[in-house]
Design a protein around this ligand. Sequence first.
Ligand SMILES: Nc1ncnc2c1ncn2[C@@H]1O[C@H](COP(=O)(O)OP(=O)(O)OP(=O)(O)O)[C@@H](O)[C@H]1O
Ligand SMILES: [Mg+2]
Length: 364
Amino acid sequence: MARIELAKVVKRYGAVEAIHGVDLEIGDGEFVAFVGPSGCGKSTMLRMIAGLEEISGGTLRIGEAVVNDVEPKGRDVAMVFQDYALYPHMSVAQNIGFGLKMRGEAPEVIRQKVEEAARILQLEDYLDRKPGQLSGGQRQRVAMGRAIVRKPKVFLFDEPLSNLDAKLRVEMRTQIKRLHRMLRTTTIYVTHDQVEAMTLADRVVVLRGGNLIQHGRPLELYERPNCRFVAEFIGSPQMNILPGTVISSDGSPAVELDGGAMVRTPGLAAEPGRKVDVGIRPEHIEACSEAEADLVVDVDVLEELGSDTLAICLWAGRELTVRLPAGPGSSFGSNLGLAARTRLPLRFRRDCLHVFDAQTGVRL
Ligand SMILES: Nc1ncnc2c1ncn2[C@@H]1O[C@H](COP(=O)(O)OP(=O)(O)OP(=O)(O)O)[C@@H](O)[C@H]1O
Ligand SMILES: [Mg+2]
């Protein structure tokens, strides 16, 4: 059993509090990603769980045991770092087997386990090489091999792919996902890349300034962010945010956007006059006729991605990103006849609007 439970966990570095009392439960076998901007406390959280950093307050449990004062060795967790931390003078096989050797396992057992890990990670042909003779992705797999041979209760990854190029990162992502499916080891994965978090994790935990802001299944965060920060952090390209004021239109709630347009917001429970930010994702805006339009924008830049087209538009001095069906140069999809500077009437999908309090950023 390797569930993890954090209760009111605090970390202080001297007088500075870096983690302000985080509560979180991670289920046995669950894959959880910690995301958030630089300095929000992701590595600190991970290092406290690993035992590399002392916990200043609260309780940490791994399995059923409180491990606040248990040494890293006694926690049965394996950590994979960004810089791999391989021993350059040892072969791949020796690197993978190092932890087992330290634990005093028999050479025959070590050989067997190293071979098994190498098979899983497709490193069989490289076992005699030194790390210096490997590519970045291969080194990363060696670091993972070293973690998996120990069959730990918990895997902790701290931005393990950030030194790899974009293509390799995507490949390794798939491999990590397969690995988790195969081993079902409880995993915490730190990244500042929200796409990596969304694609890998069963559950994403968003941190900001040492606080847990929201956690949930990837699509939960995407579809119902609890605040503007999560709304803007999750999703690429970013959610559009348009400031405005709550009004009442024919007795039903609406928002008058700064710049003059009005959007209806059925079900919004906020008093007229309240300053708000309306959020809408690029894929929830569609081109329409002038008569149906919520607003008419000027197309500024078109990014044709093949699968679809991103139109960066200008409206009331603000940028608005719209994801349109594959367009104008494509033989597929609809040809909207777009070009830079075209006027484009747009409609918001009503069920996809997000409204946040302008001051606190909290979802209304
Ligand atoms: N040893 C330390 N002494 C003092 N402050 C520290 C120490 N380690 C981290 N901090 C502070 O704690 C906060 C959280 O740092 P942490 O390394 O956990 O951030 P992070 O989310 O991992 O960021 P990044 O994405 O840049 O790796 C930061 O403000 C950092 O300056
Ligand atoms: Mg970090």
